[in-house]
Design a protein around this ligand. Structure first.
Ligand code: HEC
Length: 296
């Protein structure tokens, strides 16, 4: 029996439109996810841009301070003046007493500068009209809570695996890469997704795992970009005389683009095999040791 193969470039136009619509929408979604990361985690250390400190503060916490202080030095830095922020932090250092809260006019600052967002109508952020909610934030900053990690972990695992299921199915009909590279590109995001979620939990336990979060995120993004570019290219830009005549300069340019993407994928796959996975293994070994020492 013959084994007919569907290839992206030979698909009917309606199917190409469907696939392209899906790929475009998830790419925009990915972009927004990155912006969201920049504005929440990226600001955790008070400086724009994602750094290892940001990741440590977000997951492990800033154990030398309280959540309120970390936030006032981080993503809430621009919400009050220098003086007001100082006054709030001073109050926290002095024991975060309820009496002092009203006497020292901290309550006024919170009311004027924070409650327009931190009110009972807001979802997901604490309501500062209730003193207990502020008080709760004056404890040692231990980063992400187990509840929030559990919630975000399962949402990410279910949601992102679906995205990569469809992106992977579309990409599996491509012909640019060999079966070996195709399999690597399709499998890689799942490996990185699991490493990513695992490393959140590890970083919650110890800040030394923060770099793993960055590596996993970068790996996931790279495999997404690779499958995206190749799929779009094959659907619309090869064997399409109206776009690009055979043997024209534009065909040669396309060849270069796929060559470069293939080489970068090969590079990432090699890095993952020779550096990331051994590093992951040794980190996991450390984690197990750390855990057993703690249990002793
Ligand atoms: C423009 C709206 C806005 C204003 C004004 C604002 N916040 Fe926030 N705040 C947010 C959002 C959104 C978050 C969640 C994202 C984050 O953690 O950066 C947040 C998170 C926080 C958190 C972390 C809460 C937690 O449970 O982890 C603290 C603490 C905080 N804000 C303090 C303040 C203080 C103090 C002020 C006033 C000086 C203030 N915020 C003003 C929008 C605001």
């Amino acid at each position: 029996m013959s084994n007919p193969k569907i290839t992206l470039s030979e698909l009917d136009i309606p199917l190409k439109v469907l696939f392209t619509g899906y790929l475009t929408t998830v790419a925009i979604g990915y972009l927004f996810a990155l912006i969201q990361i920049l504005f929440t985690h990226g600001m955790a250390d008070g400086k724009f841009g994602l750094s290892l400190d940001d990741i440590v503060y977000s997951y492990y916490g800033n154990r030398s301070g309280t959540v309120l202080e970390t936030k006032l030095n981080g993503s809430m830095k621009d919400k009050a003046t220098e003086k007001e922020r100082f006054a709030i932090m001073q109050w926290v250092r002095d024991g975060a007493d309820e009496q002092a809260f009203t006497n020292q006019k901290i309550a006024k600052i919170i009311e004027n500068k924070c409650e327009m967002c931190h009110n009972s109508g807001a979802s997901g952020i604490p309501d500062f009209a209730e003193f207990e909610n502020i008080k709760a934030l004056t404890k040692e900053d231990e980063g992400a809570t187990f509840t929030s990690l559990t919630r975000v972990s399962h949402i990410h695992l279910f949601g992102i695996s679906f995205i990569f299921m469809f992106v992977g199915i579309i990409f599996s009909f491509s012909t640019t890469a060999s079966t070996q590279y195709k399999s690597i590109a399709i499998g890689m995001p799942y490996a990185f997704l699991i490493i990513d979620i695992l490393s959140w939990w590890l970083t919650k336990l110890s800040p030394m795992f923060a770099s793993l979060i960055m590596l996993a995120g970068a790996g996931m993004g790279a495999s997404f970009a690779f499958m995206w570019v190749i799929s779009i290219k094959e659907m619309w830009f090869i064997n399409n005389p109206w776009f690009c005549a055979p043997d024209s300069r534009c065909q040669r340019t396309l060849k270069i683009i796929s060559g470069v993407s293939l080489n970068s994928l090969a590079f990432i796959a090699k890095k993952a095999r020779t550096e990331l996975f051994p590093k992951l293994l040794s980190l996991l070994k450390n984690a197990v040791h750390w855990f057993f020492n703690k249990m002793k």
